[in-house]
Ligand binder design. Structure first.
Ligand SMILES: NCc1[nH]cc(CCC(=O)O)c1CC(=O)O
Length: 322
């Protein structure tokens, strides 16, 4: 009998939900048993704001456990991974991506257009803050943090003090809470974070049998989209708190499959708003992302990123505050 595979996971409700779903899918596809091993991270122990800690603290404990062979593989929210490669590790699968869009949860079932000037909207990510300001609706954007339930409590609970919050639709869906969404936001208004809604299944490179086994979970179109979006982010050298958005959609063009990649760099106050798009074939996903980033840089993206939130190459390991 083969021993169960050890899947390392954080203990948060979202991490447990997505690790559990991947464990089930792997067992269904391969017959291999999977056991969840909880890894406590420095980020879970601390109550400091995420923009100080960096989301990297959540990721690095799992990666340390992989390298130390305490676990066999790990499942990450792809958008939380730093753009730099992790030595010795390999992303063996990008499973079929969930809906990557952001979602509005507002009181009284309101949509974005139904919010009055001065309405209080909570979100922590600079990308969302910048795009909310860019709408020109005079919303009062309030920084919030905490897990999904804490954030929802700001609009739904007895202590609700905000008119709305913006969260990733995928996180709510994985937790079975998509029912609270009052509007799924059009990417024309709120372009998602690079790799939002996608997971990364990671193991050690020196474990070739597992690399091969995990590949059954890979979904090529999702991997291509995420590759394009992350190449854009990496080329902009935007880590940490950068207000960068990217969304790659796969469509059937006249000459076969095509990626339609949109990218945006927006100043936190919403006054400078660069949005561009580019198409190409899925095989050139990384090139499309790099080329679109180069075009954004030509139009002054670096000066927007330089104003605030530009982490620079030296701080890449900290990942995003999404
Ligand atoms: N660090 C926050 C985070 N990381 C991953 C998700 C869920 C969505 C996803 O997997 O992309 C979320 C919550 C949110 O942004 O609302």
């Amino acid at each position: 009998m083969t021993a169960p595979l050890r899947l390392g996971t954080r203990g948060s409700a979202l991490a447990m939900a997505q690790s559990g779903q991947i464990a089930e899918a792997l067992t269904a596809a391969t017959g291999r048993e999977v056991e969840l091993v909880e890894v406590v991270t420095a980020g879970d122990r601390s109550s400091a704001p995420v923009h100080r800690l960096g989301v990297g603290v959540f990721v690095s404990a799992l990666r340390d456990a992989l390298v130390a062979r305490q676990i066999d593989f790990a499942v990450h929210s792809y958008k939380d991974l730093p753009t730099a490669d992790a030595p010795g590790l390999h992303i063996a699968a990008v499973p079929a991506r969930q809906d990557p869009r952001d979602a509005l949860v507002a009181t009284n079932g309101r949509t974005l257009a139904e919010l009055a000037p001065g309405a209080k909207v909570g979100t922590g990510a600079l990308r969302r803050i910048a795009q909310l300001h860019a709408l020109g609706m005079q919303l009062e954007v309030t920084p919030i943090r905490g897990n999904v339930d804490t954030r929802l409590g700001r609009v739904l609970g007895p202590d609700a003090d905000l008119d709305a919050v913006v969260l990733a639709r995928a996180g709510l869906a994985r937790l079975g809470r998509a029912d609270v969404i009052t509007e799924t936001l059009d990417p024309m208004l709120m372009l998602p974070a690079p790799a939002q809604g996608a997971l990364a299944v990671e193991c050690r490179i020196d474990d070739p049998d597992l690399v091969e086994l995990l590949a059954v979970l890979d979904h090529a179109p999702s991997r291509a989209a995420v590759t394009a979006e992350r190449a854009l982010l990496a080329t902009l050298e935007a880590g940490c708190t950068a207000p960068v958005a990217a969304y790659g959609e796969l469509a059937e063009g006249d000459a076969g499959d095509e990626i339609y990649l949109r990218g945006a760099v927006i100043s936190p106050d919403g006054t400078r708003d660069l949005r561009l798009s580019r198409t190409g074939t899925p095989a050139d996903a990384a090139e499309i992302g790099k080329a679109l980033a180069a075009e954004l840089l030509e139009l002054g993206a670096d000066s927007i990123l330089g104003q605030e939130g530009h982490a620079g190459p030296g701080t890449q390991q900290f990942g995003s505050t999404e």
